[in-house]
Design a binder for this molecule. Structure first.
Ligand code: IZC
Ligand code: ZN
Length: 407
């Protein structure tokens, strides 16, 4: 007998499959009315009409609500010390994100706070944040290091990610982002810092199995496409899967490097040109787009429709971090994706579920409501998908079910 049956689902909407939905297929979703979902051992064992639903030990009446897969936030900087609200004033005076960084603030300000914080303090803080995430409908998330920038402090952040993953329901996928910014102590010696990342940090992170992915911030004034090739090649040789923050502010060629090295995803892509898009489409790189960052930095929105037309798969994530996207509300990012990228509600749902799962190599187990996948789902305060992108600003979650447990 099943453990749980969720009945009386007014509308069930889910993408289907075990890999990303690319191009025109991104909007293909399964839509059922009067549906039910059956769960056994934390895994989905039935998705279909309520009329044919098997019996279970327990029943959850969805009250005619909309049910979707649990949201997947495929790009977050979840673990950090301090905040950066003191930079709001500079921002309002027109000082740019990169100029704040150049002045020793921005990422480097968070690096100072993160180095000063203990592992316990960082864990407590990230636990609180993951609780907020779960309440907003996120059941799986990626989490990056990148605020330590020393071997010891990067490992400290990654151990915090591991501890938070184990201590609460949201599943976390760890990414090493040691090349997030050039620390001030290496200002005059960038080659030495890149060597440190490649020859000391990456091997240690691999040895301790602290991260699955390696990422880098390829941007004007941060790391060059050549340095990106160097770091990601070293990571690839050690067995890491690859990501790259690129084309956030300037289109430098980082997307082509990601494509050349077979990266799973490239992130931001606000400034990507046609050549960058063509290279990513050819190589099957998933575009992880971060519209809340465009909003907060008052930047243009990534050319999402051009990416879909080129045949790319798009994911949408929060980019939660203390500088350029201090919100972990993925629902808000989804609304922005719909309104600003002009993604349809169906394309947007896939972007924050199945394609997001694929961007963190979890499409085999989460991202859709199908037999055999983890029973991660959300009951929403509506019976219609489009309502999620219309009533923006509120948390529209009614109930979250994580691994078959009603939260
Ligand atoms: O702390 O500013 N873009 N890295 C690249 C970030 C934003 C995080 C930050
Ligand atoms: Zn980021």
């Amino acid at each position: 007998m099943l453990d749980l049956i969720i009945t009386n689902i007014g509308t069930l909407v889910t993408p289907e499959g075990h890999g990303p939905k690319r191009g025109a297929a991104q909007g293909d979703v399964r839509c059922l009315t009067d549906a039910a979902v059956g769960i056994k051992g934390g895994v989905i064992s039935y998705v279909g009409l309520m009329a044919n639903a098997p019996v279970a030990k327990e029943t959850l009446d969805a009250g005619g609500r909309l049910v979707t897969p649990g949201l997947v936030d495929s790009h977050t900087h979840l673990v950090f010390g301090g905040w950066r609200h003191h930079e709001l004033d500079l921002k309002l005076k027109g000082v740019s994100y990169l100029d704040i960084l150049k002045g020793g603030g921005g990422i480097l300000s968070t690096v100072r706070s993160t180095r000063a914080a203990s592992e316990t303090e960082l864990t407590e803080k990230a636990l609180g944040l993951s609780k907020e995430m779960l309440a907003l409908g996120v059941t799986t998330a990626e989490a990056k290091s990148g605020y330590g920038l020393t071997l010891e402090d990067e490992c400290k952040q990654l151990r915090v990610i591991r501890a938070v993953d184990a201590a609460q329901p949201v599943d976390l996928v760890p990414t090493f982002l040691g090349a997030h910014a050039l620390p001030q102590e290496y200002k005059e010696n960038r080659a030495e810092f890149v060597r440190l990342v490649c020859e000391e940090m990456l091997p240690q992170v691999a040895e301790e199995n602290l991260a699955e992915f390696c990422d880098i911030f390829c941007e004007t004034g941060v790391f060059t496409p050549e340095e990106t090739r160097e770091v990601l090649s070293a990571a690839k040789a050690l067995g890491f899967k690859l990501k790259a923050h690129t084309d956030e502010i300037d289109c430098l060629g980082g997307a082509q490097v990601a494509a050349e090295l077979g990266a799973v995803s490239a992130e931001h892509l606000i400034a990507s040109d046609a050549a960058a898009i063509a290279a990513m489409a050819r190589a099957g790189v998933i575009g992880v787009l971060l519209p809340a960052t465009s909003f907060y930095l008052d930047k243009p929105y990534a050319p999402a429709r051009a990416m879909l037309e080129a045949g790319m798969a798009i994911a949408v994530a929060s980019d939660f971090n203390p500088g350029s996207s201090p919100s972990l509300n993925l629902q808000l990012a989804m609304t922005l994706a719909c309104l600003k990228y002009r993604l349809t509600p169906e394309e947007t749902l896939t972007a924050a579920t199945l394609n997001a799962a694929a961007a963190i190599d979890r499409a085999e187990t989460v991202g859709s409501l199908e037999v055999g996948k983890k029973a991660d789902l959300v009951l929403w305060e509506t019976d219609a998908l489009s309502y999620l992108f219309y009533r923006f600003g509120s948390n529209l979650v009614h109930t979250v079910v994580k691994s078959g447990v009603v939260i």
